[in-house]
Design a protein around this ligand. Sequence first.
Ligand SMILES: Cc1cc2nc3c(=O)[nH]c(=O)nc-3n(C[C@H](O)[C@H](O)[C@H](O)COP(=O)(O)O)c2cc1C
Length: 168
Amino acid sequence: MQTFLSLCQARYSVRSFQDSTPSQEAIDYICECVRLAPSAVNFQPYKIRYVSDAEDLRKLQECYAREWFASAPACFIVYRNKSEEWVRKYDQKPHGDIDVAIAIEHLCLAAAEKGLGTCWVCNYNPTLLEENFPAPEHLEAVALIPIGYPSTKDIPEKKRKDMESILL
Ligand SMILES: Cc1cc2nc3c(=O)[nH]c(=O)nc-3n(C[C@H](O)[C@H](O)[C@H](O)COP(=O)(O)O)c2cc1C
């Protein structure tokens, strides 16, 4: 059985994909893992859109014009629902971004378990994304998560701070 540590070691930002689209069974499994993610006050303030249609993928690529991104056979757009997120009353801090980040990491780790590669993408043009994929005002796109089978089996070396420098 795969341990959680081995899954964390195996997940990396995949930036080169095979042509084949993920199976529907894998996408359903991943979405169920997203659905089970914890969130502040259990408000679950997010929406996920799965894009695999060629024309929609082309419109997504306009928003993040990178050659590697164009190789992804599918992509999730993950939205924060501003009308449903918990806001801490003491300082008005909204927690939607935190909830979305947890949900996305469930997505990425579930995908890794299924042998699928993903990469967080936040450096897209948000104005263009809104133009190409109009969404209701209360939904803010937080990340694009391209998904597909990695084109290589090699897992790059993890570059991380050592334990001492992250422990306070
Ligand atoms: C919030 C967030 C935003 C990111 N945005 C981008 C991005 O726009 N483009 C990109 O190529 N990688 C992006 N990444 C991927 C990071 O560069 C990557 O996770 C980090 O370098 C660690 O590498 P690893 O994921 O392979 O372990 C993002 C990651 C996170 C968590």
